[in-house]
Write a protein of this length. Structure first.
Lengths: 313, 694
């Protein structure tokens, strides 16, 4: 590597690269979530037969991973660079390796490997098959072919490439702690995020209002279900995201009793399933407009019940 | 002329653990296919890397051999009409076979005469047969499969290319959009496209493009490179076979290299360091000649020696981050106490339907205490067992086990010592997980063994009571392994343990203690105890079968009312030792006759009254039986068998001389009482009725 890329430069390069490969540059979605996968630009778009190619940065909140800004690698909120391409292109691995080259990572100068890692998010009824990508032994990317989303078997397979931006940048800039990463122009990651990391950790582990969170979860769930009945898929999905994050906050405090924990997860899973079905039904009403292949489109539009089946697990 | 055939399936990276089983499967499929097609060949060579599964079939025959095949047609009465002319059915049949009615013969099958023709089948040339291999490729099975693109076909990973070459000719077929051809790919980064002119070019051509396709050769090369490093540095390397196998299936062009970490991390327990290196990074750890862990490692890169510095530095950095975490946890964990951790354990789920780990521990404490008393450990040991059962899961909530879950128990023991627990307690914490595999090491200490038994028993019975009973291949909580663990421990420790009594204690405890089981589970416990016992006995059966115990002997010792595992093994052992004795048949027949008679004619228990004896043989048997009883005491079952065998001639004489079912009721009952005593002794050897002695 000749120069050390600041984090924002890494993001710009990845955006530039994937845009040139046909991905639409979307923006971070404005509701708290644990991973880029939970953005509607991945979760909802992975369902159904319509093609979808998008790339975006997703700030991802994981309250239980907060470490008060003390741990060099663990964060309450980290950043993912998410690329989804559906149907998965034949050369998706090569496209990914091309992105590393753009970042100055020449495969011949390193050891890059695809090591089996099948991904699963049971609370969202989502599962996929793929790898973690090792760069000289460090896991820098999660690579997944979605097989099931919201409990539905997928029609068209989404390939998902998720870069852990802090990990990747730590490697590129050769720093030992994320707080020493340069975000831009002499401003360090720590300058921006150390304080919020501390505060969010303090909040999540010590100060969160349990009663309030519990009643918020119930309210969010009720609202999501009501909206689903009205066919308002996207507002419903927002409330599902909110309930998921609220549960994560409760879980971080460790006060959700053992049996309740499973109960909450299954409530989120149920909502994820309902929204997946509702989304596909709505897209169908619209005539699957993103599906440009007329034959396929006709097939899916006449295929009455098939899309809504398969939710048995 | 003999031919050579090459088949290569190019894939996106196959999971390392799937590579070897998959190539064996492909070889198996191809060899069965060729056998079915009657095609001769000399051998099948196999090649496998993370990106390819390939076979070379050497010295194939030109074609299938021609054969004469007998084909059965309609019955004679249908083939000939009333005028003895060939019917439409007969004519149609021969036409279908490409023959004429002149070729018909008759043959009888199960009393009916049928039309037969002998057909000459010309063998197909192999280029016509080989495309059918496509079905074999598509029928491959894998532990996990996936779809990709818009296809509905599932495979281990997406197929990228297929090479199918018979000598210098492509065998045409296609799977999805992939057309079989002669072009493969070399190493992902070092290599290029590779085109084969001939099927035999395979290995050499790939080698030139940085792929060692032969998995064995690749493995040997890795071993050689590691050996070289070992010699240069005067290290000891533990060449873990599983790790070597995995590493071998993560690379196409291996280059072993060394890296180091700072001495300060050696303060962290070896197990933690080894886990970080081996499980997380797939590194081989190294020691000095005395076996002391060194701050170095050996790893294998998928590439050549160029820019190796980058690779070394990167791998060292990753390991350092992990070890830094480990060191942090090791220090932080020691700042808290066991009682701090136990507060957190109360929040830990055992299973949603069963409750918390803490509640599980409470039940285990009760069971363990009961077992401890039964097997006769000292009071001091009972105290240690009590302490161990109160804390033995505390390490689950430490930072270290949170990060390195495979170190559960191991860290528990280490931390317990640091926190001042005594040796018995600390060791039991580690040992209670044992055995961790079917053949795994068993606990050495008695307290560890008792805790292991109690922990496993409570798991099995509560999961059963909550309706989670293993069936078929579905055993997500590894209850079979737990049951096998119980059986192996009891056998190893030579402990007699009556599960029925254990259940009584447990049920009693559940009624009087707050051990946290949901009511529905408590209500079910009583009703599942029998199936739990059978479940455990099934493991005994499995062990006896594995030890080549005769089938009828297994039947005789299992499934009767015996609820003590060790006795089952002892019975099986005694019967196996004597099964070939000359008198085995008469001993068993005589004893089963005694048992049957007493079963069919029950009498109120009482002493044998010598005044009612009518024959000398009665006196003789009485004395002989008394003798057996007086000498048997607590002697092992082997001695009981020998004594009973010696008694048998006396019993036979007794049967010959006396009518058991005498008309005098008092005499009859007295004789039955004598037989009852013998029967109760004989039953200790098992359910002798099940033995086959004919």
């Amino acid at each position: 590597m000749t120069k050390k890329l600041p984090m924002q430069q890494i993001i710009l390069i990845l955006q530039q690269y994937w845009a040139s490969q046909g991905a639409m540059l979307m923006q971070s979605y404005d509701t708290e979530k644990g991973a880029g996968t939970m953005s509607p630009y991945t979760f909802l778009r992975a369902i159904g037969p319509e093609p979808w190619n998008a790339a975006y940065v997703e700030p991802s909140r994981r309250p239980a991973d907060g470490r008060y800004g003390d741990n060099p690698n663990r964060l309450y909120q980290h950043h993912q660079f998410q690329v989804v391409m559906k149907p998965s292109p034949d050369n998706i691995q090569e496209l990914y390796l091309g992105s590393l080259k753009e970042l100055g990572i020449e495969p011949l100068e390193h050891d890059i490997r695809f090591v089996e890692d099948n991904w699963e998010n049971p609370s969202m009824g989502a599962a996929g098959v793929g790898w973690e990508v090792w760069l000289d032994g460090m896991e820098v990317t999660q690579f997944t072919y979605f097989q099931q989303v919201g409990g539905l078997q997928v029609d068209s397979v989404t390939s998902e490439v998720t870069y852990g931006l802090e990990r990747l940048a730590s490697y590129i800039q050769d720093v030992d702690t994320v707080y020493d990463l340069e975000w831009a122009d002499g401003v360090l990651y720590g300058d921006i995020f150390k304080e919020p990391e501390f505060e969010h950790s303090k909040y999540s582990f010590e100060e969160s209002n349990q009663e309030m969170l519990l009643s918020m979860f119930d309210n969010y769930e009720r609202e999501a279900k009501r909206l689903l009945e009205l066919g308002l898929v996207h507002p419903a999905y927002d409330y599902i995201l909110k309930s998921s994050h609220t549960f994560n906050l409760l879980d971080a405090r460790g006060t959700v009793s053992v049996t309740e924990r499973a109960g909450y997860l299954s409530r989120i899973r149920n909502m994820a399933r309902l929204v997946a079905k509702a989304f596909i039904a709505e897209r169908k009403k619209l005539g699957f407009p993103l599906l440009k292949d007329h034959a396929l489109r006709a097939k899916y539009l006449t295929d009455n019940e098939k899309d809504l089946k398969g939710d048995n697990n | 002329m003999a031919h050579n055939f090459l088949l290569e399936i190019g894939l996106e990276e196959i999971p390392a653990h799937v590579v070897t089983p998959s190539i064996s499967q492909l070889q198996q499929r191809v060899s069965s296919f060729l056998a079915e097609q009657r095609i001769d060949y000399q051998e099948i060579k196999v090649f496998s890397t993370p990106r390819r599964l390939a076979i070379q079939v050497m010295a194939l025959a030109d074609a299938q051999p021609d054969i004469e095949e007998e084909v059965k047609g309609p019955a004679k009465k249908i083939a000939l009409d009333s005028n003895n002319n060939w019917s439409k059915a007969a004519q149609g049949f021969v036409r279908g076979q490409g023959l004429t009615v002149d070729d018909i013969t008759f043959k009888e099958l199960k009393g009916v005469e049928y039309v037969y023709v002998t057909k000459f089948v010309k063998g197909q040339p192999i280029e016509r047969v080989l495309p059918e291999l496509k079905k074999q490729i598509m029928a491959m099975t894998f532990p996990t499969t996936m779809k990709w693109g818009n296809y509905s076909f599932e495979y281990v990973r997406p197929i990228k290319w297929i090479v199918a070459l018979l000598d210098d000719k492509v065998i045409p077929f296609s799977i999805l959009d992939i057309v079989a051809d002669r072009t493969s790919r070399g190493h992902r980064f070092l290599g290029h496209e590779v085109t084969f002119a001939d099927a035999l070019d395979y290995e050499e051509k790939l080698m030139a493009d940085f792929v060692i396709a032969d998995a064995d050769k690749r493995k040997q090369l890795i071993k050689k490179q590691i050996e070289q490093i070992r010699l240069t540095n005067n290290w000891n390397v533990v060449l873990d076979e599983n790790l070597l196998e995995e590493v071998n299936n993560l690379v196409e062009w291996p280059t072993a290299f060394t890296g180091s970490f700072k001495d300060e991390y050696l303060a962290v327990p070896d197990e933690v360091l080894i886990t970080s290196m081996k499980e997380h990074q797939r590194f081989f750890y190294v020691t000095d000649t005395a076996g002391k862990l060194l701050p170095h490692f050996i790893a294998v890169r998928n590439g050549n020696t160029e820019f190796l510095d980058n690779v070394v530095r990167g791998n060292e950095k990753v390991l350092t981050a992990r070890l830094e975490d480990a060191k942090f946890f090791y220090t932080e964990d020691q700042k808290q106490s066991i009682s701090d951790y136990m507060v957190k354990v109360k929040k830990l789920t055992f299973h949603d339907k069963i409750g918390s780990v803490y509640q599980h521990m409470q039940r285990v404490g009760i069971i363990a205490h009961q077992i401890g008393k039964k097997v006769g450990i000292s009071n001091a040991e009972l105290v240690d067992l009590q302490r161990a059962s109160e804390i033995y899961k505390f390490d689950l909530v430490t930072g270290m086990v949170g990060e390195f879950s495979e170190l559960q128990g191991i860290m528990g023991e280490k931390y317990a010592r640091i926190f001042g627990e005594n040796n018995n307690v600390a060791q039991a914490i580690r040992e209670h997980y044992m055995p961790i595999s079917a053949e795994g090491v068993l606990p050495i200490s008695k307290i560890g063994a008792i805790l292991a038994l109690a922990d496993k028993y409570d798991s099995i019975i509560t999961f059963f009571a909550a309706g989670m009973i293993p069936s078929g291949a579905n055993d997500p909580y590894a209850l079979r392994r737990a049951a096998l663990g119980i059986v192996r421990i009891l056998k190893e420790q030579q402990w007699h343990l009556d599960f029925e009594k254990l259940n009584e204690v447990l049920v009693l405890a559940l009624a009087t203690n707050t051990t946290g089981l949901p009511t529905v589970v408590i209500e079910n416990i009583d009703s599942v105890t029998d199936s739990v016992l059978l479940f455990i006995q099934d493991r005994v059966k499995q062990m006896l079968t594995n030890a080549d115990t005769r089938h009828d002997i297994i039947e005789a010792v299992i499934g009767n009312t015996n609820t003590d595992i060790l006795t089952i093994f002892e019975q099986a052992n005694v019967l196996m030792v004597h099964k070939d004795d000359a008198d085995f048949r008469s001993v068993i027949e005589t004893l089963t006759r005694v048992i049957r008679l007493t079963k069919q004619n029950q009498v109120t228990p009482d002493k044998v009254d010598t005044r009612l004896f009518e024959d000398a043989s009665e006196e003789a048997l009485f004395i002989a039986v008394e003798d057996v009883i007086n000498n048997i005491g607590n002697a092992p079952l082997s001695q009981l068998y020998t004594s009973l065998a010696k008694l048998v001639p006396t019993i036979v004489t007794y049967f010959d001389a006396n009518m058991i079912m005498a008309s005098d009721k008092a005499v009859k009952n007295n004789r039955l009482r004598q037989l009852n005593i013998i029967a109760s002794l004989a039953k200790q050897l098992g359910d002798l009725d099940n033995l086959v002695v004919k």
